[in-house]
Ligand binder design. Structure first.
Ligand code: PLP
Length: 363
């Protein structure tokens, strides 16, 4: 009898390594490794979460009805075309499982979010990386990788970990160039932070095309990564497919209640955006003043180049020694860089001060 063996592709996966959340033997001053919202969750979301405690014996609403209605009202969307999930990670996984299989190809851009190739391998498909230009997705390179085996294209816009985005016109050109049987997944996890006139999160394109889905999350600007809540907006046929495939109670009761409350707390979301609008450009400028190479970012993080892998690792250790936790991004092929989440004023000044000392001693 032959031994157990998993389905093809799975053993090729290098497991996803989340950002560190503590430093051995040191108190943490700031965890800046997972792009969690700088201001934490809304007090209203926390109150709703606490209220959920008395209801924990109840199964949640399997259709996340009230939450979908609330998302629909907030973003001006038809709730029937929204599916909620256990983080946008779950929805990305379901979309890839639904439309990709053994022998198929999934295209992502070179420094795109790692969960796309991981999920492709998980279903036995082949992940195909399209080269980027200046750490930005390149529409022509993506279209150049399309073959008759391509089933899904995943684009994070803005992208993690580079922080770059492509414009509304570029995304539309990408969609227009794809065959109709290829699903374009626009992962807009950081959309709420972007205030560029030429940016579009994908909502409008979903309304114009049958092969485009957009995913969003409550983990970033809403500061609720620990609760695991995301949603997607798609064409009715894709929504129907995902509703067949998802678990019947994929969004827990507390997440549904807290999500509705978070959407209502406009002041908290505005404060989170304002915090980012101040400290993202500030940190980027300070890093440049130190002679480092911050990539232009529109997300709630900045990825900064140190010139060599050794120096990036040394800077990582230095920051950790000061109680500040950044993210090594070598798994993305960005070996000379560190990613730093935008935090509060005190956290950002602590990062600047620490790196100032690092640069001074490493000259
Ligand atoms: C681009 C991108 N997409 C999706 C996710 C997953 O987010 P969620 O917490 O909603 O699963 C992340 C998380 O870091 C991300 O950076």
């Amino acid at each position: 009898m032959s031994a157990l063996s998993p389905r093809p592709g799975i053993m090729k996966i290098a497991p996803y390594v989340p950002g560190k959340d503590s430093i051995d033997g040191k108190p943490t001053i700031a965890k800046l490794s997972s792009n969690e919202g700088a201001l934490g969750p809304s007090p209203k979301a926390m109150a709703a979460y606490a209220k959920a405690a008395a209801e924990l014996h109840r199964y949640p609403d399997g259709a996340s009805d009230k939450l979908r209605q609330a998302i629909g009202r907030h973003y001006g969307l038809d709730a029937a075309r929204i599916v909620c999930g256990c983080g946008s990670d779950e929805l990305i996984n379901l979309l890839i499982r639904a439309y990709c299989g053994p022998g198929d190809e999934l295209i992502y851009s070179q420094y795109g979010f790692l969960m796309y190739p991981i999920n492709a391998l998980g279903v036995g498909a082949t992940p195909i990386a399209a080269p980027e230009k200046d750490y930005r997705a390149d529409v022509d390179a993506i279209l150049g990788k399309v073959t008759d085996r391509t089933r899904v294209v995943c684009l994070a816009n803005p992208n993690n970990p580079t922080g770059s985005y492509i414009t509304r016109d570029e995304v539309r050109r990408l969609q227009a160039g794809l065959p109709k049987n290829v699903l374009l997944v626009i992962d807009a996890a950081y959309a709420e932070y972007v205030s560029r006139n030429d940016y579009e999160s994908g909502l409008e394109l979903v309304d114009r095309a049958d092969n485009v889905v957009m995913t969003r999350t409550f983990s970033k600007i809403y500061g609720m990564g620990g609760l695991r809540l995301g949603w997607m907006y798609g064409p009715p046929a894709v929504v129907d497919v995902i509703n067949r495939l998802r678990q019947p109670f994929n969004v827990n009761l507390a997440a549904q209640m807290a999500g509705i409350a978070a959407l209502e707390d406009i002041a908290h979301t505005d404060a989170s955006r304002t915090n980012n609008d101040i400290w993202l450009p500030w940190l980027s400028a300070e890093l440049a003043k130190l002679g480092l190479k911050p990539l232009p970012s529109v997300g709630n993080f900045v990825t900064v180049g140190f010139g060599s892998q050794e120096r990036a690792k040394a800077a990582n250790d230095w920051l950790m020694n000061d109680g500040l936790i950044p993210r090594l991004v070598a798994a993305y092929g960005l070996t000379e860089h560190l990613r730093i989440t935008i935090g509060t004023e005190a956290e950002m000044k602590a990062v600047r001060d620490s790196l100032q000392r690092f640069v001074a001693q490493s000259k």
